[in-house]
Structure formats: structure tokens, C-alpha cells
Write a protein that binds this ligand. Structure first.
Ligand code: MF3
Ligand code: CO
Length: 322
């Protein structure tokens, strides 16, 4: 059986990675600070001198670090050229989900959704990022009802009246990554499940509202968690979001249960996902040990998830995929 230990050490979407991230972060920062002189070219690739480019920015970040906050490494801060590439990838990702929204219907298998996503992504010039990622066998994740995430499309899973399903699309376009997901309600969904889907979307939106530079990822998480709790739901703790753009899953790990004022400082140029998994019952989950991927709610109750990809800007955030 796949144990919890294995999940948290192997996956950079899982809570256990957070601590490694911080240690790595400290090491990298110290190295970078020692190497770069004020007249050297800035680390961002602008070609400008460091003192005329990101020096003041780095000092501001360092000030937060001295106060004990977790802060981003330079690798987590994208330059304008990278942002433009990631924005394009996010745009393709959104178009693929729009296409799914037009075609998804009762009676369709999740394997058909997989073919829709694969075909549309390639038609738009992209590559489906999930295919072959850490051995994932399909081009999209499809998670129905009590499946929390990472469901594997199958010829035998047929969408039936009343199902709620998350379709999680990820794209590689010109080497840049896009990632977002939506819920779809099939036929006549019962009121309590419709409410879960609606509140899960609101949780994501409350999180987005808190994405501002020089605030903390925990501010975003707290907004998500509070809205879920106020509605009687729980937020999955063990799986979170992630930095994204140059790779599929980058640091930081993004929690949706952390208190305000904690977790990593958000600075302009960071790109990460907001993708809380909202459970109707308890937050406990388990992995299907027959495939090593699909996550289920422990209590068998439904779960809903919406995912967006955001860029921290000078005055708030920009949604790069939805
Ligand atoms: N798209 C998922 C996410 O939001 C990642 C799934 S990994 C995969 O991060 F291999 F299953 F695709
Ligand atoms: Co994601």
C-alpha cells in the first residue's frame, strides 16, 4: 500500500515539501547574495546593473526575511519575457477548458474527455502536461464526486445524471506551463452538491482577492479556509497548489489552510495556482493504491475544486488561466 509518508516525500503538491522548500530557499538566497555585486548585471536578465534594477527590491524582500518570514527565491520570480510565455500557455489552457465546457455531457466517458483535451491542446499548438508526468497515463485529470483530484480518465467511467466532475487541464506551450481546472455539473445535480460546487468556486475567488504584493500566501489561504468553514465544509490539508510556469510544479507549496500572516511573502512576478479542494465532510483523504494517483475523500462524501493560475503584479494580481 502507498503510505502517507511516500506521498509527502515524493510530490511537490503535498504538504511535506514545504519544509524542504524553506531550507532550500535559505541556501539559495545566501549563495546569490554573495555572488552579485552592485555593478553586476541584474539576476533578472534585464541587462541592467543590479543597483539600477532589483537591488532595492531584494532589500525589501530581505527585510521580511529578517522578520522571520518565508520569502521567495529569485527562481520563483519571473521576468517579463517568461511572464509573456506563461500568459500564452495559460490562454491556451483556458481555451481547452472552454472547449471541454462546450462538449461535456451525460453519457460521455472520462476517456472521451481525455481525447477532447488531448486533441484540442495539440490543435492549439500545445502539449498536454499530465501525459507521462511522473508516469501519469492520460492527458487530463478527471475527478468525479468523492474523488478529490488526480482521477485517471477511463473508458469505463461514464458521466451520469447528478455527477459533479472536476476537469483539470495543464498545458505546455513553447516550453511554458499553464494549469487550471473547473467543475462541471452533469444533468440534475442535487441541491447540496450544487452548493458545494458554488462555494468551492467562491473559496477560490476569495483567495484571489487576497493576492497582492508584500502580503502573505497565508492571507490567501485564510480567506479560502474561512469561507469553506463558514459554509460547513473542510479544506484538504495534505495537497495544495504550487508555483508554475517554467515547470509544471514549482515551489512554493501553496496551502489553503494556513493562518493569515504566515507562509511565503508574495512579490511581483510570482506565479502560482489557487486550487483549494473543498470537502463536504472531513478533510481526510486517501490515495487509490491500485493506480497510485486518484485521491478520494476518506468519508466518501463529495469534494469540489476550481483552479486558477495567478501572477502577482505591482498592485494585485492577474489571472493567467481559469
Ligand atoms: N493539474 C494538477 C495540478 O493542479 C496536476 C496533476 S499531476 C498529473 O497540479 F500528473 F496528474 F497530471
Ligand atoms: Co495545479
Amino acid at each position: 500500500m502507498l503510505t502517507y509518508e511516500i506521498i509527502i516525500t515524493d510530490c511537490n503538491k503535498c504538504a511535506g515539501r514545504q519544509r524542504q522548500g524553506r531550507r532550500q530557499n535559505e541556501k539559495e538566497r545566501t549563495m546569490k547574495m554573495e555572488k552579485l555585486g552592485r555593478n553586476d548585471h541584474c539576476w533578472c536578465g534585464s541587462g541592467k546593473k543590479y543597483k539600477q534594477c532589483h537591488e532595492a527590491f531584494d532589500e525589501k524582500i530581505h527585510h521580511f526575511e529578517l522578520e522571520g518570514h518565508m520569502v521567495p527565491t529569485h527562481e520563483m520570480i519571473k521576468n517579463p519575457q517568461q511572464i509573456a510565455g506563461i500568459r500564452e500557455s495559460g490562454r491556451i489552457n483556458t481555451l481547452v477548458l472552454d472547449y471541454v465546457a462546450e462538449h461535456i455531457r451525460e453519457g460521455m466517458t472520462t476517456a472521451e474527455i481525455d481525447r477532447l483535451v488531448d486533441t484540442k491542446t495539440r490543435e492549439l499548438g500545445g502539449i498536454p502536461a499530465p501525459l507521462g508526468y511522473e508516469g501519469f497515463p492520460k492527458s487530463v485529470c478527471t475527478s468525479i464526486n468523492n474523488q478529490v483530484c488526480h482521477g485517471i480518465p477511463s473508458e469505463t467511467d461514464v458521466l451520469k445524471d447528478g455527477d459533479i466532475i472536476n476537469v483539470d487541464v495543464s498545458t505546455i506551450y513553447n516550453g511554458y506551463y499553464g494549469d487550471s481546472s473547473r467543475m462541471f455539473c452533469i444533468g440534475n445535480v442535487k441541491e447540496e452538491n450544487l452548493r458545494l460546487v458554488r462555494v468551492a468556486k467562491e473559496c477560490m475567488e476569495k483567495g484571489i482577492e487576497q493576492v497582492k504584493p508584500w502580503r502573505f500566501l497565508g492571507d490567501m489561504a485564510d480567506a479560502v479556509n474561512r469561507h469553506a468553514k463558514e459554509n460547513g465544509y473542510s479544506v484538504v490539508i495534505d495537497i495544495g497548489g504550487h508555483g508554475v510556469g517554467l515547470e509544471f510544479h514549482e515551489d512554493p507549496f501553496v496551502s489553503y489552510v494556513a493562518p493569515a500572516g504566515t507562509e511565503m511573502l508574495m512579490v511581483p512576478g510570482m506565479i502560482f495556482t489557487i486550487e483549494p479542494m473543498i470537502n463536504m465532510g472531513t478533510a481526510d483523504i486517501y490515495v487509490d493504491d491500485s493506480n497510485g494517483w486518484t485521491i478520494y475523500t476518506e468519508d466518501g462524501k463529495p469534494s469540489a475544486q476550481w483552479e486558477t493560475m495567478v501572477l502577482v503584479t505591482e498592485d494585485g494580481c492577474e489571472i493567467l488561466a481559469h
